[in-house]
Design a protein around this ligand. Sequence first.
Ligand SMILES: [Fe+2]
Length: 388
Amino acid sequence: MKTNMKNFDFILPTKIRFGYEIYKEIGKEVKELGRSKPIIITDKGLISAGVVDKITKKLEEEGIKEYVIFDSIEPNPKDITVQKAYEEAKRYSVDCLIAIGGGSSMDTAKAVGVLMTHGGIINDYEGLNKITKSIDNLIAIPTTVGTGSEVTFWSVITDTNRHYKMSIGSPLIAPKTALVDPLLVESLPSKIVASTGMDALTHAIEGYTCTLSEPITDACGIFAIKMLAENIRDAVYTDSVDAKAKMLLGSLIAGICFGNSDIAGVHCMAEALGGLYDTPHGIANAILLPFVVEYNFVSDIDKFAEIAKALGENIDGMSVRDAAYQSVAALKKLNKDLMIPTINEIDAKIEDIEELAKRASVNVSVGSNPRSVGEAEFLQIFKRAFEA
Ligand SMILES: [Fe+2]
């Protein structure tokens, strides 16, 4: 097995509790943190679906009756939304954060935690390790199968002035507890399973192949790729509860992987798309993934051959290089099967590729791409995607 043997640190500060009906433990978990007055950070869709109600009932049963709900989370959360949520947290003097939702809710909750402990505005903390104090009061409850944000050290927030997705990273912002319950993703719409599931697969592939990968992230990464690839079609197109549960778990394991290594070129480009056009994050990743893998696969043919196999390709009898290249075909097939749009079918315009490449090239994770990449290469990859 090819792995990147070197000295490394591996950190997982989050207590993970996985299982059917585990959300019912929310009150006990708040008490275990020694807190009593949470703010719940979520979106209106989860309010109307009754998910938030189910969870607040459990809080009340544990005697936690004073809580505030902030339900204005949008996809690609903005700095101004973080500020509004923070103002609410201050107004009600809350002592605890509960994020219910996908990456947008969890990333916003992390950002609010940063402001509660450090003050200022969230834009002050862009980059890696600008945080000096731990957020010790965040419980994350994921309701999509994609971000892995319940176990990562990253919060991605859009800077509204620059139309740019800022990455704020530090182990100090990881949730204290993750309650990961397959019941909460059972009725997730197919489209969301497809887009968030492709985000998770991108995390696993980038976490497994990036320059910061190490043996533990490799183990998590390749396991997650296999688990996600084996279940994503069933999770999207059938009522299989088991397939959705495995997507949820695969997404979490992918989060452990890239949280300790990094993401890479796909996310640099996808975040540029998301910043400029508000493209849903999973869709942006899915669109760009085959094209970035096509660029990257020569950097580590052993790993990309393993990826092709994990994606279900029969690579018997192939040279390692051919097997590695097969990962590109597998990802294109997957996008087609999941009806992911092409870059020409979203709001993106080919006239913007220079701006997009420029934005991608200043992403904090550019240096983690397995093959050296910069503005000129991003431009070529965007061009290929538009011309495909
Ligand atoms: Fe992502």
